[in-house]
Design a binder for this molecule. Sequence first.
Ligand code: SF4
Ligand code: SF4
Length: 399
Amino acid sequence: MGLLKHSDVYWSFIGQCTQCGYCTGACTSLTNNDITLGGIARALLAAERKASTLEELRDNIMADESLVNAVRGCFFCTSCKNTCFAHNDVCDLIYHARVDFLNLGLIPREAYSSVMVDEEWDIFTAYRAIHGIGYADLTRHRAQEGAEAATDCDVAFFPGCSLAAYGPELTREIFETIDGFSEKATMLDSCCGSSLKSAGFFERAEALCDRNAVEIEQSGAKRLVCVCPGCANDMKAALSARGLDIEVVSLSAFLSENGFTPKRPLPETPLVFSKSCQDRDGRYLEETCGALGVDPETPAIFRGCCGAGGAVSAFAPERQAAQADSKLSFVPDGATVVSMCPTCTYTYAYRLMESPRDIQSKHYAELLFENQFDWDLTFAQLGGMWCGEYGAWLAQVFA
Ligand code: SF4
Ligand code: SF4
Protein backbone atom coordinates (compact mmCIF):
# COMPACT_ATOMS: atom_id res chain seq x y z
CA MET A 1 0.00 0.00 0.00
CA GLY A 2 1.20 3.53 -0.78
CA LEU A 3 1.16 6.46 1.58
CA LEU A 4 -2.47 7.20 0.71
CA LYS A 5 -4.78 4.50 2.04
CA HIS A 6 -7.21 4.88 -0.84
CA SER A 7 -5.01 5.60 -3.85
CA ASP A 8 -6.83 2.79 -5.73
CA VAL A 9 -10.08 4.78 -5.47
CA TYR A 10 -8.38 7.89 -6.88
CA TRP A 11 -6.78 5.96 -9.75
CA SER A 12 -10.07 4.41 -10.68
CA PHE A 13 -11.83 7.81 -10.51
CA ILE A 14 -9.27 9.32 -12.87
CA GLY A 15 -9.86 6.42 -15.24
CA GLN A 16 -13.53 7.47 -15.52
CA CYS A 17 -13.00 11.24 -15.67
CA THR A 18 -12.51 13.10 -18.97
CA GLN A 19 -11.88 16.44 -17.19
CA CYS A 20 -14.88 17.88 -19.03
CA GLY A 21 -15.43 20.30 -16.14
CA TYR A 22 -19.24 19.96 -15.93
CA CYS A 23 -19.00 19.10 -12.23
CA THR A 24 -17.05 22.30 -11.56
CA GLY A 25 -19.84 24.37 -13.05
CA ALA A 26 -22.38 22.67 -10.78
CA CYS A 27 -20.63 23.49 -7.51
CA THR A 28 -19.56 26.76 -5.91
CA SER A 29 -16.83 24.97 -3.97
CA LEU A 30 -15.28 23.41 -7.09
CA THR A 31 -15.72 26.67 -9.02
CA ASN A 32 -14.12 28.78 -6.28
CA ASN A 33 -11.21 26.37 -6.14
CA ASP A 34 -10.98 25.97 -9.92
CA ILE A 35 -10.83 22.20 -9.72
CA THR A 36 -12.81 19.24 -11.07
CA LEU A 37 -13.59 16.08 -9.15
CA GLY A 38 -11.07 14.24 -11.29
CA GLY A 39 -8.67 17.07 -10.41
CA ILE A 40 -9.10 16.24 -6.72
CA ALA A 41 -8.09 12.63 -7.37
CA ARG A 42 -5.13 13.78 -9.51
CA ALA A 43 -3.96 16.29 -6.89
CA LEU A 44 -4.03 13.64 -4.16
CA LEU A 45 -1.97 11.26 -6.24
CA ALA A 46 0.45 14.05 -7.24
CA ALA A 47 0.94 14.90 -3.56
CA GLU A 48 1.68 11.24 -2.86
CA ARG A 49 4.12 10.95 -5.77
CA LYS A 50 6.24 13.82 -4.44
CA ALA A 51 6.36 12.40 -0.90
CA SER A 52 8.43 9.68 0.68
CA THR A 53 7.02 9.99 4.20
CA LEU A 54 3.60 10.66 5.70
CA GLU A 55 4.84 14.04 6.96
CA GLU A 56 5.86 15.04 3.44
CA LEU A 57 2.53 13.85 2.09
CA ARG A 58 0.70 15.90 4.70
CA ASP A 59 2.77 18.98 3.86
CA ASN A 60 2.20 18.52 0.13
CA ILE A 61 -1.56 18.29 0.61
CA MET A 62 -1.65 21.26 2.97
CA ALA A 63 0.29 23.31 0.43
CA ASP A 64 -2.47 22.70 -2.14
CA GLU A 65 -5.14 25.08 -0.88
CA SER A 66 -7.62 24.24 -3.65
CA LEU A 67 -7.40 20.56 -2.83
CA VAL A 68 -7.93 21.09 0.91
CA ASN A 69 -10.83 23.48 0.31
CA ALA A 70 -12.50 21.17 -2.19
CA VAL A 71 -12.24 18.07 0.03
CA ARG A 72 -13.21 19.72 3.31
CA GLY A 73 -15.69 22.13 1.72
CA CYS A 74 -17.82 19.40 0.14
CA PHE A 75 -21.43 19.06 1.34
CA PHE A 76 -21.88 15.57 -0.16
CA CYS A 77 -24.88 17.03 -1.93
CA THR A 78 -24.19 15.10 -5.19
CA SER A 79 -25.26 18.04 -7.38
CA CYS A 80 -22.03 17.57 -9.30
CA LYS A 81 -22.66 13.86 -9.82
CA ASN A 82 -25.91 14.63 -11.55
CA THR A 83 -23.98 16.61 -14.18
CA CYS A 84 -21.32 13.95 -14.78
CA PHE A 85 -22.00 11.91 -17.89
CA ALA A 86 -19.72 9.19 -16.46
CA HIS A 87 -21.87 9.10 -13.26
CA ASN A 88 -18.72 9.25 -11.21
CA ASP A 89 -19.44 8.67 -7.55
CA VAL A 90 -18.46 11.91 -5.88
CA CYS A 91 -19.35 10.75 -2.39
CA ASP A 92 -17.17 7.70 -2.77
CA LEU A 93 -14.27 9.90 -3.88
CA ILE A 94 -14.64 12.51 -1.15
CA TYR A 95 -15.50 10.07 1.65
CA HIS A 96 -12.25 8.25 0.88
CA ALA A 97 -10.32 11.52 0.63
CA ARG A 98 -11.68 12.44 4.08
CA VAL A 99 -10.45 9.09 5.43
CA ASP A 100 -6.98 9.86 4.09
CA PHE A 101 -7.19 13.42 5.47
CA LEU A 102 -8.16 12.03 8.88
CA ASN A 103 -5.32 9.49 8.85
CA LEU A 104 -2.89 12.27 8.01
CA GLY A 105 -4.13 14.48 10.85
CA LEU A 106 -5.65 17.00 8.42
CA ILE A 107 -9.03 16.98 10.18
CA PRO A 108 -8.60 18.24 13.74
CA ARG A 109 -10.42 16.49 16.58
CA GLU A 110 -12.42 19.60 17.49
CA ALA A 111 -14.07 19.33 14.06
CA TYR A 112 -15.82 16.10 15.03
CA SER A 113 -15.45 15.43 18.77
CA SER A 114 -19.09 16.31 19.56
CA VAL A 115 -20.59 14.20 16.77
CA MET A 116 -18.97 10.81 17.36
CA VAL A 117 -22.42 9.27 17.28
CA ASP A 118 -21.27 5.71 17.87
CA GLU A 119 -19.86 6.61 21.29
CA GLU A 120 -21.77 7.05 24.54
CA TRP A 121 -21.73 10.84 24.39
CA ASP A 122 -22.29 13.09 21.42
CA ILE A 123 -24.09 16.41 21.23
CA PHE A 124 -27.46 14.66 20.81
CA THR A 125 -27.13 12.18 23.68
CA ALA A 126 -25.67 14.89 25.91
CA TYR A 127 -28.57 17.23 25.08
CA ARG A 128 -31.06 14.46 25.79
CA ALA A 129 -29.41 13.51 29.09
CA ILE A 130 -29.16 17.10 30.32
CA HIS A 131 -32.76 17.89 29.37
CA GLY A 132 -34.28 14.61 30.54
CA ILE A 133 -35.28 13.28 27.12
CA GLY A 134 -35.51 9.48 27.01
CA TYR A 135 -37.40 6.82 25.11
CA ALA A 136 -36.85 3.64 27.14
CA ASP A 137 -40.60 2.94 27.02
CA LEU A 138 -40.62 3.11 23.20
CA THR A 139 -37.48 1.08 22.47
CA ARG A 140 -39.37 -2.12 23.18
CA HIS A 141 -36.87 -4.37 21.44
CA ARG A 142 -34.35 -3.58 24.18
CA ALA A 143 -34.70 -5.25 27.58
CA GLN A 144 -35.90 -2.82 30.26
CA GLU A 145 -36.24 -3.17 33.98
CA GLY A 146 -39.25 -5.44 34.42
CA ALA A 147 -39.67 -6.12 30.66
CA GLU A 148 -37.85 -8.52 28.39
CA ALA A 149 -36.68 -7.46 24.95
CA ALA A 150 -39.59 -7.72 22.51
CA THR A 151 -38.91 -9.88 19.46
CA ASP A 152 -42.44 -9.73 18.03
CA CYS A 153 -42.51 -6.17 16.71
CA ASP A 154 -43.74 -5.66 13.14
CA VAL A 155 -42.59 -2.07 12.58
CA ALA A 156 -39.51 -0.16 13.71
CA PHE A 157 -39.45 3.65 13.75
CA PHE A 158 -36.22 5.57 13.07
CA PRO A 159 -36.66 9.28 13.90
CA GLY A 160 -32.95 10.14 13.46
CA CYS A 161 -30.75 12.00 15.91
CA SER A 162 -31.98 15.59 15.36
CA LEU A 163 -35.68 14.80 15.69
CA ALA A 164 -35.18 12.51 18.71
CA ALA A 165 -33.10 15.16 20.50
CA TYR A 166 -34.80 18.43 19.56
CA GLY A 167 -38.40 17.32 19.03
CA PRO A 168 -39.21 14.86 21.85
CA GLU A 169 -42.98 15.53 21.92
CA LEU A 170 -43.18 15.33 18.13
CA THR A 171 -41.16 12.09 18.19
CA ARG A 172 -43.55 10.56 20.72
CA GLU A 173 -46.61 11.68 18.80
CA ILE A 174 -45.27 10.13 15.58
CA PHE A 175 -44.41 6.91 17.41
CA GLU A 176 -47.89 6.65 18.92
CA THR A 177 -49.43 7.09 15.47
CA ILE A 178 -47.18 4.43 13.92
CA ASP A 179 -47.90 2.14 16.86
CA GLY A 180 -51.63 2.65 16.31
CA PHE A 181 -51.25 1.47 12.70
CA SER A 182 -49.15 -1.57 13.70
CA GLU A 183 -49.42 -4.77 15.73
CA LYS A 184 -46.46 -3.68 17.84
CA ALA A 185 -43.98 -0.93 16.99
CA THR A 186 -40.59 -0.25 18.46
CA MET A 187 -38.21 2.68 18.09
CA LEU A 188 -34.49 2.97 17.36
CA ASP A 189 -33.25 6.19 18.92
CA SER A 190 -29.87 5.77 17.28
CA CYS A 191 -28.16 7.62 14.44
CA CYS A 192 -27.34 6.66 10.84
CA GLY A 193 -23.75 7.88 11.31
CA SER A 194 -23.59 10.52 8.57
CA SER A 195 -21.49 12.79 10.80
CA LEU A 196 -18.95 9.98 11.18
CA LYS A 197 -18.62 9.73 7.41
CA SER A 198 -18.12 13.48 7.13
CA ALA A 199 -15.23 13.29 9.59
CA GLY A 200 -13.54 10.43 7.72
CA PHE A 201 -14.78 7.56 9.90
CA PHE A 202 -16.40 5.73 7.03
CA GLU A 203 -16.05 2.23 8.46
CA ARG A 204 -17.37 3.29 11.85
CA ALA A 205 -20.44 4.80 10.17
CA GLU A 206 -21.08 1.53 8.36
CA ALA A 207 -20.56 -0.43 11.58
CA LEU A 208 -23.11 1.77 13.35
CA CYS A 209 -25.71 1.17 10.62
CA ASP A 210 -24.93 -2.55 10.81
CA ARG A 211 -25.55 -2.46 14.57
CA ASN A 212 -28.89 -0.77 13.89
CA ALA A 213 -29.70 -3.47 11.32
CA VAL A 214 -29.01 -6.19 13.90
CA GLU A 215 -31.32 -4.48 16.41
CA ILE A 216 -34.09 -4.24 13.82
CA GLU A 217 -33.68 -7.89 12.89
CA GLN A 218 -33.83 -8.92 16.55
CA SER A 219 -36.99 -6.85 17.08
CA GLY A 220 -38.77 -8.98 14.48
CA ALA A 221 -39.77 -5.87 12.49
CA LYS A 222 -40.31 -6.32 8.76
CA ARG A 223 -40.62 -2.62 8.04
CA LEU A 224 -38.49 0.34 9.01
CA VAL A 225 -40.16 3.77 8.95
CA CYS A 226 -37.66 6.61 8.43
CA VAL A 227 -38.37 10.30 8.82
CA CYS A 228 -35.30 11.44 6.91
CA PRO A 229 -34.20 10.34 3.41
CA GLY A 230 -30.55 10.26 4.51
CA CYS A 231 -31.26 7.76 7.31
CA ALA A 232 -33.38 5.74 4.87
CA ASN A 233 -30.55 5.52 2.31
CA ASP A 234 -27.98 4.43 4.88
CA MET A 235 -30.27 1.93 6.57
CA LYS A 236 -31.36 0.46 3.22
CA ALA A 237 -27.70 -0.17 2.39
CA ALA A 238 -27.01 -1.73 5.81
CA LEU A 239 -30.07 -4.00 5.74
CA SER A 240 -29.27 -5.12 2.22
CA ALA A 241 -25.60 -5.79 3.11
CA ARG A 242 -26.88 -8.15 5.83
CA GLY A 243 -29.27 -9.79 3.38
CA LEU A 244 -32.27 -8.84 5.51
CA ASP A 245 -35.71 -8.74 3.96
CA ILE A 246 -36.81 -5.58 5.78
CA GLU A 247 -38.54 -2.84 3.82
CA VAL A 248 -37.55 0.78 4.41
CA VAL A 249 -40.43 3.22 3.94
CA SER A 250 -40.75 6.95 4.38
CA LEU A 251 -42.93 8.21 7.20
CA SER A 252 -45.09 9.98 4.59
CA ALA A 253 -45.66 6.81 2.55
CA PHE A 254 -46.42 4.80 5.70
CA LEU A 255 -48.98 7.35 6.87
CA SER A 256 -50.65 7.62 3.44
CA GLU A 257 -51.03 3.87 3.05
CA ASN A 258 -52.68 3.72 6.48
CA GLY A 259 -55.20 6.44 5.65
CA PHE A 260 -53.72 8.99 8.08
CA THR A 261 -55.31 12.43 8.07
CA PRO A 262 -53.05 15.38 9.00
CA LYS A 263 -53.80 16.55 12.52
CA ARG A 264 -53.66 20.26 11.69
CA PRO A 265 -54.63 22.42 8.72
CA LEU A 266 -51.84 23.47 6.37
CA PRO A 267 -50.31 26.86 7.16
CA GLU A 268 -51.94 29.72 5.31
CA THR A 269 -48.54 30.99 4.23
CA PRO A 270 -47.22 29.84 0.83
CA LEU A 271 -45.24 26.60 1.13
CA VAL A 272 -41.86 26.08 -0.54
CA PHE A 273 -40.54 22.54 -0.26
CA SER A 274 -36.82 21.99 0.11
CA LYS A 275 -35.67 18.81 -1.56
CA SER A 276 -33.06 17.04 0.53
CA CYS A 277 -29.84 16.23 -1.31
CA GLN A 278 -30.21 12.70 0.07
CA ASP A 279 -33.61 12.42 -1.65
CA ARG A 280 -31.92 11.78 -4.97
CA ASP A 281 -34.92 10.62 -6.97
CA GLY A 282 -37.33 13.04 -5.28
CA ARG A 283 -39.46 10.23 -3.93
CA TYR A 284 -39.56 11.57 -0.36
CA LEU A 285 -40.74 14.92 -1.64
CA GLU A 286 -43.42 13.33 -3.78
CA GLU A 287 -44.64 11.03 -0.99
CA THR A 288 -44.69 13.96 1.43
CA CYS A 289 -46.81 16.03 -0.95
CA GLY A 290 -49.16 13.02 -1.09
CA ALA A 291 -49.39 12.74 2.72
CA LEU A 292 -50.02 16.48 3.05
CA GLY A 293 -52.54 16.51 0.22
CA VAL A 294 -50.68 19.24 -1.66
CA ASP A 295 -50.06 19.46 -5.38
CA PRO A 296 -46.66 17.90 -6.19
CA GLU A 297 -46.16 20.87 -8.53
CA THR A 298 -45.96 23.17 -5.46
CA PRO A 299 -42.75 25.20 -5.78
CA ALA A 300 -39.69 23.36 -4.49
CA ILE A 301 -36.03 24.22 -4.11
CA PHE A 302 -34.17 21.41 -5.74
CA ARG A 303 -30.52 22.15 -6.10
CA GLY A 304 -27.83 21.61 -3.51
CA CYS A 305 -27.50 21.20 0.21
CA CYS A 306 -29.00 23.26 3.05
CA GLY A 307 -25.43 23.77 4.26
CA ALA A 308 -25.37 21.09 6.95
CA GLY A 309 -23.91 18.28 4.86
CA GLY A 310 -20.31 17.15 5.01
CA ALA A 311 -19.57 18.92 8.33
CA VAL A 312 -18.53 21.98 6.30
CA SER A 313 -19.53 24.17 9.26
CA ALA A 314 -16.56 22.77 11.21
CA PHE A 315 -14.20 23.87 8.43
CA ALA A 316 -15.75 26.96 6.87
CA PRO A 317 -18.81 28.15 8.83
CA GLU A 318 -19.25 31.10 6.47
CA ARG A 319 -19.64 28.66 3.57
CA GLN A 320 -22.39 26.83 5.43
CA ALA A 321 -24.18 30.13 6.08
CA ALA A 322 -23.79 31.17 2.44
CA GLN A 323 -25.19 27.84 1.29
CA ALA A 324 -28.24 28.11 3.57
CA ASP A 325 -28.75 31.70 2.35
CA SER A 326 -28.51 30.56 -1.23
CA LYS A 327 -31.27 28.00 -0.78
CA LEU A 328 -33.42 30.35 1.31
CA SER A 329 -33.07 33.03 -1.36
CA PHE A 330 -35.62 31.06 -3.40
CA VAL A 331 -38.19 31.38 -0.60
CA PRO A 332 -40.38 34.48 -0.89
CA ASP A 333 -41.05 36.65 2.18
CA GLY A 334 -43.98 35.40 4.20
CA ALA A 335 -43.55 31.80 3.03
CA THR A 336 -42.75 28.59 4.94
CA VAL A 337 -39.83 26.47 3.81
CA VAL A 338 -40.63 22.79 4.39
CA SER A 339 -37.74 20.36 4.58
CA MET A 340 -37.58 16.59 4.36
CA CYS A 341 -34.68 16.12 6.78
CA PRO A 342 -34.86 17.43 10.39
CA THR A 343 -31.23 18.55 10.16
CA CYS A 344 -32.16 20.79 7.21
CA THR A 345 -35.02 22.22 9.32
CA TYR A 346 -32.54 22.88 12.12
CA THR A 347 -30.03 24.47 9.73
CA TYR A 348 -32.59 26.81 8.16
CA ALA A 349 -34.01 27.73 11.58
CA TYR A 350 -30.52 28.47 12.88
CA ARG A 351 -29.70 30.63 9.87
CA LEU A 352 -33.01 32.49 10.21
CA MET A 353 -32.16 33.14 13.87
CA GLU A 354 -28.73 34.50 12.89
CA SER A 355 -30.04 36.50 9.97
CA PRO A 356 -33.79 37.06 10.49
CA ARG A 357 -36.14 37.11 7.53
CA ASP A 358 -39.90 36.76 7.24
CA ILE A 359 -39.65 33.01 6.56
CA GLN A 360 -40.69 30.05 8.72
CA SER A 361 -38.68 26.81 8.77
CA LYS A 362 -40.77 23.68 9.25
CA HIS A 363 -40.19 19.99 8.94
CA TYR A 364 -42.90 18.14 7.02
CA ALA A 365 -43.80 16.18 10.17
CA GLU A 366 -44.75 19.50 11.82
CA LEU A 367 -47.38 19.98 9.11
CA LEU A 368 -48.76 16.50 9.75
CA PHE A 369 -48.80 16.39 13.57
CA GLU A 370 -49.81 18.61 16.49
CA ASN A 371 -46.42 18.96 18.17
CA GLN A 372 -43.82 21.33 16.79
CA PHE A 373 -40.13 22.04 17.15
CA ASP A 374 -39.36 24.99 19.42
CA TRP A 375 -36.12 26.25 17.92
CA ASP A 376 -35.80 29.31 20.19
CA LEU A 377 -35.87 26.98 23.19
CA THR A 378 -33.58 24.42 21.56
CA PHE A 379 -30.94 26.98 20.57
CA ALA A 380 -31.09 28.57 24.02
CA GLN A 381 -30.69 25.18 25.68
CA LEU A 382 -27.89 24.12 23.35
CA GLY A 383 -26.00 27.34 24.06
CA GLY A 384 -26.69 27.17 27.79
CA MET A 385 -25.29 23.65 28.09
CA TRP A 386 -21.74 24.91 27.62
CA CYS A 387 -21.79 27.54 30.34
CA GLY A 388 -24.21 25.98 32.86
CA GLU A 389 -23.53 23.30 35.46
CA TYR A 390 -22.67 20.78 32.74
CA GLY A 391 -20.24 23.06 30.92
CA ALA A 392 -17.06 21.64 32.45
CA TRP A 393 -18.23 18.06 31.88
CA LEU A 394 -19.07 18.77 28.21
CA ALA A 395 -15.76 20.52 27.65
CA GLN A 396 -13.98 17.46 29.06
CA VAL A 397 -16.04 14.88 27.15
CA PHE A 398 -15.70 16.71 23.83
CA ALA A 399 -12.08 17.90 24.32
S1 SF4 B 1 -18.23 15.94 -14.71
FE1 SF4 B 1 -17.42 13.83 -14.37
S2 SF4 B 1 -16.10 13.46 -16.16
FE2 SF4 B 1 -16.46 15.69 -16.09
S3 SF4 B 1 -14.72 16.52 -14.90
FE3 SF4 B 1 -16.37 16.12 -13.43
S4 SF4 B 1 -15.95 14.02 -12.64
FE4 SF4 B 1 -14.78 14.29 -14.55
S1 SF4 C 1 -21.13 16.88 -3.64
FE1 SF4 C 1 -21.92 19.02 -3.72
S2 SF4 C 1 -20.42 20.24 -2.54
FE2 SF4 C 1 -19.43 18.24 -3.00
S3 SF4 C 1 -18.26 18.60 -4.86
FE3 SF4 C 1 -20.30 17.84 -5.51
S4 SF4 C 1 -21.61 19.69 -5.84
FE4 SF4 C 1 -19.74 20.30 -4.69
